[in-house]
Design a protein. Structure first.
Length: 173
């Protein structure tokens, strides 16, 4: 039997009178690649933000590796790696500085090998705003998996630039 890494049961979230998510349920097993698909406004990002601990749910059950994202902080950040829909990196941060910063936060040695693996080695000393959109997304992915999280959440990708890749150094379960 496979181990459940993400559990969502009867999840609900509203904003005022607007119901963003109304009672979805699903589970994702270790090693499984799973995607939330739907039109704009369907509640995909809201669901992911609640799983990431960025928003509180209004009802139902959410678990990431049996951890309630609404009740923990640091423990959840060790479990998940998030590739955000829109970058929160400062324009002036260099690629190598970003990797050093993220790894310091997770209390691990910098994973400069990932910069090479995602194909931005030649831009290692470039500032974030100097990278192409594709290079920015690949850097974001490298930062998301640097601490070898059990769950990786790539939010807002369109299928381009996101492919599970065994050489990125993500958790191998």
């Amino acid at each position: 039997m496979s181990e459940t890494m993400i559990l969502i049961k009867d999840f609900r979230k509203s904003y005022g009178g607007f119901i963003a998510v109304d009672g979805i349920s699903l589970d994702v097993s270790r090693g499984e690649v799973f995607g939330l698909l739907g039109p704009n406004g369907a509640g995909k990002t809201t669901t992911l933000e609640c799983l990431e601990g960025l928003r509180r749910s209004d009802g139902g059950t959410l678990r990431v590796d049996d951890v309630d994202p609404g009740r923990v902080g640091r423990r959840l950040s060790r479990l998940i790696g998030v590739q955000l829909q829109a970058s929160a990196l400062p324009d002036s941060i260099r690629v190598d500085e970003a990797m050093r910063f993220f790894c310091t936060y997770h209390r691990i040695a910098p994973r400069f090998d990932l910069i090479e693996r995602v194909g931005v080695t030649e831009r290692r000393h470039a500032q974030y705003h100097e990278l192409s959109g594709g290079q920015q997304r690949r850097l974001s992915l490298a930062l998301a998996v640097a601490h070898r999280p059990a769950v990786v959440i790539p939010d807002g990708t369109d299928g381009h630039g996101w492919r599970p890749h065994p050489h990125l150094g993500a958790h191998q379960g």
